[in-house]
Design a protein around this ligand. Structure first.
Ligand code: SAJ
Length: 425
């Protein structure tokens, strides 16, 4: 039986056995980081299939560019992957929960994975261990689902802050917020992350403050994107170039730029705010700004369909550039590009798709036709990959109408460019 006191020294001497529950976009980079820093790490997954994907798969989370690092820690044995069962918990000193927290089709929080983890953890005595919740949840959730287990254990919330595909912002360089249910828990959590992070650890006074900080940072981003989308719609109407306006506003110290677009995708920004919106509604607090902002963002693929319909004529050839939810990554979760394509399908408008990060087979697999590499009558920019700079030479000629869903182009190209809050005729 490990006493609480020994957890301190186990972490500081890197003898603590770390368990990471969930090896997805958040858990896998974190597990690799702890293993690289000298800890023994066990990745805990829900199925044998997932385990094999990670230990024998070549393309698992390929867009994260971590295959080499993953292989190295697997080969060295510092990272092992096991099924998450009650029996897998005993040897672990620290358990970090990194499971998905999506929303359902009615935009309500879906805590299925959290409940599954809670059920398994509730079956064993956790005395002397540290439980960390990194999954994004509304204030009060960590305490509700992880605060009542058997034994004398420590509990912290430290919301994940991964930016998929951004090499500059690797896990070790991102400041980490930590809130514990008591001072000893916060201390253990702080020692744990300081042992692997090059950057600062920010402690707050409670589990709920940590949960709320994550809600605030992502809801702030969603609402500010919605704000600039609204300004772009008015700029369109007034014939003002919204990108010029943003550049001017950036000269003010308190203005943080956001950019209008065909929509907001990913597993964070369009989803996390629904967790706090749902809680506010439960508490009878009217989050009208958050609600309207989320709806505004969800409306943007439709805004671009209207722009498209204004220039489209039967039999015109159409290429949509981009599947990914944001530039320079291979990740299509909640992608507005896919939302736009599906709206074209509903209108029975034939089109084909090209994305430099997805091959023809992958594009067919999601129900779209891969584009041939020549200039169509209408070219829609749905994802502003850097590769578009070169790809424009293939897909845009003097007769091509460009619907620029990302305001990628800074000057006229093709026959005309219709952006959002900007156009070049
Ligand atoms: N987007 C806009 N306009 C903007 C910024 C983004 O339309 O001004 C769109 C993007 O194209 C994308 C979506 O919003 O479809 C989300 O963009 P994002 O840059 O926020 O990308 P994410 O989802 O990878 O966000 C992650 C988040 N990290 C975590 O939740 C831990 C987010 O909090 C970060 O702010 C973001 O990375 C970042 O700053 O890079």
């Amino acid at each position: 039986m490990v006493s609480k006191f020994s957890l301190d020294s186990l972490i500081l001497t890197k003898n603590a056995h770390i368990g990471v529950i969930g090896l997805g976009y958040v858990g896998l980079p974190l597990a690799i980081l702890f293993a690289q820093k000298g800890f023994t790490v066990t990745g805990l997954v829900r199925s044998q299939e997932r385990k094999l994907e990670i230990t024998h798969g070549k393309k698992y989370l390929a867009d994260l560019g971590i295959q080499e690092n993953l292989q190295a820690v697997l080969n060295s044995g510092s990272l092992q992957v096991e099924l998450f069962t009650p029996q897998s918990i005993a040897p672990l000193n620290v358990l970090i929960v990194c499971v998905p927290t999506p929303v359902d089709e009615r935009k309500n929080p879906d805590l299925t994975s959290i409940r599954q983890v809670s059920s398994i953890l509730s079956s064993v005595d956790l005395t002397g261990k540290l439980i960390v919740n990194e999954s994004t949840v509304a204030p009060g959730t960590t305490r509700e689902y992880f605060g009542n287990f058997k034994g004398n254990y420590s509990l912290v919330c430290s919301p994940e802050r991964v930016d998929p595909g951004n090499k500059e912002k690797e896990v070790a360089k991102i400041p980490k917020v930590i809130g514990g249910r008591d001072t000893v828990s916060t201390k253990f959590g702080s020692i744990l992350y300081k042992s692997v992070l090059d950057n600062q650890v920010v402690t707050v006074s409670s589990l709920e403050a940590a949960e709320m900080s994550k809600m605030l940072e992502n809801t702030y981003r969603a609402v500010n994107i919605a704000l600039i989308n609204e300004f772009a719609l008015l700029a369109d109407n007034l014939g003002i170039d919204v990108m010029e306006v943003i550049e001017a506003a950036k000269t003010k110290w308190s203005f943080q730029p956001h950019y209008p677009s065909i929509g907001v995708g990913g597993h964070c920004i369009p989803i996390d705010p629904y967790y706090i919106l749902h809680l506010a509604n439960e508490k009878g607090i009217n989050f009208r700004v958050v609600h309207n902002g989320l709806k505004q963002n969800e409306n943007m693929p439709g805004v671009f369909i209207e722009k498209f319909i204004k220039v489209y004529k039967k039999k015109m050839t159409v290429v949509v550039y981009g599947i990914a939810y944001k530039k320079n990554i291979k990740d299509m979760r909640e992608s507005p590009a896919i939302a736009f394509c599906n709206l074209l399908k509903v209108k029975k408008i034939p089109f084909s798709v090209y994305d430099p990060y997805f091959n023809d087979q992958e594009i067919r697999k999601i129900g779209f036709s891969p584009a041939k590499k020549n200039a169509p009558d209408i070219f829609v920019v749905a994802t502003d990959h850097d590769a578009l700079k070169e790809d424009a030479n293939i897909f845009i000629d003097t007769n091509t109408i460009v619907i620029d869903g990302r305001n990628f182009f800074q000057k006229k190209i093709g026959k005309l460019v219709i952006g959002i809050g900007r156009q070049f005729v």
